[in-house]
Structures are given as C-alpha cells and as structure tokens.
Design a binder for this molecule. Structure first.
Ligand code: CA
Ligand code: CA
Length: 230
C-alpha cells in the first residue's frame, strides 16, 4: 500500500509542475480550479490541491475568467494590463544658460542668480527651466534669507522671484503650479502697484528681507532673477 501511495505521489508530481520559489504560486489561494495567467490571454493555470499546471488554449481561443475555460477570442473578456514604470529622465542644465547665472548650493538645493537684469518673468522662467529649475519659490523665512543673501553677495539691486497675481488680481500664486503662495511677507506699504502701474510679480531688494510687488516686464530696474532647482 505504501509503495502504491509513493508511485501515485510520483505520478502526481510528474504531472503537476511545481512553481519555483521566484514565482508566487498562482494556486496559492485556489485549491482546485482554474486561474488566469497574469501576462497571457491564451494561457491559464489548472490548480489541483494548490499545485499549478500551466495550460494553453487552442490558437483561436483565449482563456475566459467568466466561462472558466477557453472560448473563441472575440468572446473572451481577457485584457492584459501591463504596468509601465515611468522613466524619470535626468535633466541636464543647459550649458549656455549656465553662463548667464551664478550658481549657489544651499542645504541640498541649487539656486542661480542672473548676471544681468531681468527683462520679463516669462523669459526668466524659461532660463530657469533650461537649468532644470524654476523661478525661486520662497517657502519660508529661511529661504527668504538665502534669497536676500544672494542679492547682497552678488551686489545686485534686487531680484525677481516666483509669484504673480496676473491670473487673478490680488491672488498671489506660483506661476508654474498655480498654487497659492504659502509664505507671504510683504514689506511695509507693499504691494502698492507703484506709480499706478500694475505690478504683478514678486521681487526682493538689497535693502530689506521682505517682498515687493514689481513689474513683470520692467523697462530698467537693475533687478536680477533667481532660479531654484530641487
Ligand atoms: Ca523654494
Ligand atoms: Ca511695489
């Protein structure tokens, strides 16, 4: 009897292919029955006592989870969804843009201050983007101090940073995300649309560590612009 059992066991083992350790057993949750194949429509697994045997439908058929068997392809509900892993493309700062700005590292972040005054927020933002960054977004007091220090260290009169109310009057947002400014520290008397001109951008001067509203396209201001990169 013992010999008979052993022979029977051997026969079963030769019939049902054990699944390797690397592949999770498709019959782990199904003791007896059929399980769809994860990456093929015309294959499925036959489970017998949690042992999986891979089977293939005939050429014109697909496995159907509804019918629990092979059916003509047009009757099958099989859809294989493959998850594509998004590829993060490394950004390389543009060589020509790098010549236009001075680079600084502060607490794991990279900032750039332009050597020339800004002509428009859009042009400045484009240069920042070519450096894998954006017009500096001042998120807190410590970042504000970094911005101010960069202005002083570079003998600049001031610098344009991110933030605008051009989309909605008096609603200050970051242009790239349209997210509202979380940190706002206007200097006394600001924002003031100085001289009756709509000042829809944000800048800092060398005089104070606080924000001014400033024209996005100044004629001549002497202000530079600062980019930030994560
Ligand atoms: Ca920031
Ligand atoms: Ca102003």
């Amino acid at each position: 009897m013992a010999v008979f059992k052993s022979v029977l066991l051997l026969l079963l083992m030769s019939h049902y292919v054990p699944v390797s350790c690397q592949d999770p057993n498709p019959c782990q949750r199904i003791k007896n029955g059929k399980v769809r194949h994860p990456t093929s429509c015309n294959k499925y697994y036959d489970c017998a006592n949690h042992r999986a045997k891979q089977k293939t439908c005939k050429r014109t058929k697909h496995y159907s989870t509804k019918a629990r068997g092979c059916v003509p392809i047009h009757q099958s509900n099989c859809v294989i969804t493959t998850t594509t892993v998004p590829t993060t493309q490394a950004c390389t700062p543009n060589e020509e843009s790098l010549k236009l700005l001075n680079k600084f590292e502060h607490f794991g972040k990279t900032y750039y201050i332009s050597k020339e005054t800004y002509t428009s927020d859009i042009a400045s933002a484009a240069v920042c983007e070519s450096l894998c960054g954006y017009l500096a977004e001042v998120d807190d007091k410590s970042e504000e101090e970094i911005i101010h220090k960069m202005i002083l260290d570079n003998n600049a009169k001031g610098a344009l940073v991110g933030g605008t109310d051009k989309h909605k009057d008096r609603v200050w947002e970051f242009d790239r995300s349209r997210g509202k400014l979380q940190y706002i520290n206007w200097c006394p008397g600001q924002p003031n649309n100085y001289g009756g001109i709509r000042e829809q951008c944000v800048s800092y001067t060398y005089l104070e560590t606080c924000m001014h509203d400033a024209p996005c396209e100044p004629g001549a201001s002497g202000s530079r612009y600062i980019c930030e990169s994560d």
